[in-house]
Write a protein that binds this ligand. Structure first.
Ligand SMILES: Cc1cc2nc3c(=O)[nH]c(=O)nc-3n(C[C@H](O)[C@H](O)[C@H](O)COP(=O)(O)O)c2cc1C
Length: 249
């Protein structure tokens, strides 16, 4: 028989409607504790978490990156940041002589931050809470960093919105295992597999009304999200922000 704890992994899905019910601090603290148990590159724990309890700061974030309804509804916001500032300060204090270059700071810190975030949302599931990640902080990393007074070498990675679910959507589609699990050597899935997957996945998403009314299918959804011209602008913004934050040369 399968381990019942796996239920929390298999049943997790993004929740975008929340009850107006406060999440007790005790639970938030335990969610953070669970986040901290994630594996971490060289034990450095290259992340920081900002629990956003000041409503005025939410308004500042909306000004920077716009708002999504789920952000407004979620009672709890935890901004997950890649953070090498604390570790560099520790190195300095200990007299560890090193010069970690920007990308060597960025990769471990981003991976660490992502692992913390995922541990937190699984812990939230176990407390009967729901969550959604908000990646739109990537649109204005420096502005968001400024809202929360992040120093150099700390950069926002994802906003985790948590609360008591006010919806119960089905789980969203995933590639079949054979498309993502390669044995020994990489093998691009066949076009037939891709088409089969896409058609089934798209059908499920349309059925659960995942897209806004004006969007008819997943391809269209992605096309709208990633128009070439906007991608160029975003890339330039990302480079500028990451440079300012110390994560790009
Ligand atoms: C890094 C990251 C950023 C995301 N940003 C957003 C977002 O800004 N808004 C949103 O509604 N969902 C966001 N999501 C949630 C994804 O849309 C969602 O995980 C995906 O569609 C799969 O659905 P599921 O989580 O229900 O399995 C994000 C997820 C990740 C991992």
């Amino acid at each position: 028989m399968e381990n019942p704890a796996l239920k929390f992994v298999f049943e997790r899905r993004s929740i975008r409607r929340f009850k107006q019910k406060t999440v007790p601090r005790r639970l938030i603290n335990r969610i953070v504790d669970a986040g901290q148990r994630a594996p971490t590159a060289c034990g450095m724990q290259g992340y920081s978490l900002i629990l956003v309890t000041d409503r005025k700061l939410r308004e500042e974030v909306y000004k920077a990156i716009g708002k999504q309804k789920c952000m407004e509804e979620a009672p709890t916001w935890i901004l997950v940041c890649a953070d090498m500032a604390r570790q560099l300060r520790l190195f300095e204090t200990l007299g560890v002589k090193t010069k970690i270059e920007p990308l060597s700071k960025f990769i471990p810190a981003v991976v660490d931050a992502a692992l913390v975030a995922e541990n937190m949302v699984i812990a939230a599931e176990m407390f009967g809470l729901g969550s959604v990640f908000i990646g739109s902080v990537w649109a204005e990393m420096k502005r968001v960093a400024d809202v929360f007074g992040l120093p150099k070498n700390v950069c926002p990675i994802v906003l985790v919105c948590i609360g008591y679910p006010d919806e119960s959507p089905p789980t969203r589609p995933r590639w079949p295992r054979e498309a993502v699990l390669h044995e020994n050597k990489y093998k691009m899935p066949s076009k037939t597999l891709m088409k089969d997957y896409y058609e089934k996945a798209n059908e499920q998403l349309v059925k659960m009304r995942y897209f806004p009314k004006s969007v008819h299918n997943w391809a269209e959804h992605w096309q709208r999200k990633f128009p070439p011209k906007e991608m160029k602008v975003w890339e330039a913004q990302l480079r500028k922000d990451l440079k300012a934050l110390g994560f790009l040369p």
